[in-house]
Design a protein around this ligand. Sequence first.
Ligand code: COA
Length: 190
Amino acid sequence: MEHKGTKILQTERLLLRPWGADDAEEAFAHWMGDPEVTKYLTWTPHGDVAFTHALLKIWERESKAPSTYHWAIVLRDGDVLIGDIAVLRADEYQERGEIGYCMGKAWWGRGLMTEALSEVLRYCFEEAGFYRIDGAHAAENIGSSRVMEKCGLVREGVRRAFFRLPSTGERVDLVERGILREDYFRSGRL
Ligand SMILES: CC(C)(COP(=O)(O)OP(=O)(O)OC[C@H]1O[C@@H](n2cnc3c(N)ncnc32)[C@H](O)[C@@H]1OP(=O)(O)O)[C@@H](O)C(=O)NCCC(=O)NCCS
C-alpha cells in the first residue's frame, strides 16, 4: 500500500472530512465533554472548550500527513458536526490500522456510525490498499460491538480484564476484532 491520508469522503447522509481547530465548539458541545460518550473510551471528557481547541489544533496539523486517516463526521443535512472516526497507527509495511470512533448521543441509533465505518472500510480496502483493519471494544459496549459486526469485523478473541476504564476504574474484558482484504472483497461489495 501507499499512504493516501484523510481524503474527503461522502455517503448518503454523511460527509467525512479532515479536522480543523474551528470545530472545537461544536465538538465539545456535541460529545467531547459528555461522560456518557466516553464511558468505554480511553479518554475522559474534556473539562472545557479550550482543551478541545488545543487538541484540534494538533489534529488539524496532523491531518496533512499522508499517514493520518482521521475524519470529522458531519451530517450533511444541516452541516452538523456529530462525531469522529479514525484509522489509528496506520502502518504502510504491515498494511494495517486500528479503527476508532465516537459520536454525540443525540445521533445514536440511526445507523450513522455503521454508514461512516462502511465508507472508511471501503476507502481503506479499495483506495488506500490496506490488508487488515483491527477493532477492539469493551465487551459490554454492545453498540460498538454491533457496529463492527455489521461492518464485517470478525470477533477473534477476548483479552480478559485487559482494559481499565478511565471512567470508572473498573477492569473489563476487551473484544478483539479484525477484517482482512479478502473478507472485504468476498463480501461482494464490488
Ligand atoms: C458505539 C456508537 C458509535 C454506535 O453508533 P450508532 O450510530 O448509534 O450505531 P448504529 O446506529 O450504526 O447501530 C448499529 C447497530 O447497533 C445497535 N446499537 C447501537 N447502539 C446500541 C446500544 N447502545 N445497545 C444496543 N444496540 C445498539 C443498533 O440498534 C444497530 O443494530 P441493528 O442494525 O441490528 O438495529 C455510539 O453509540 C457511540 O458513539 N458510543 C460512544 C463512543 C464509543 O463507545 N465508541 C466505540 C469505542 S470502541
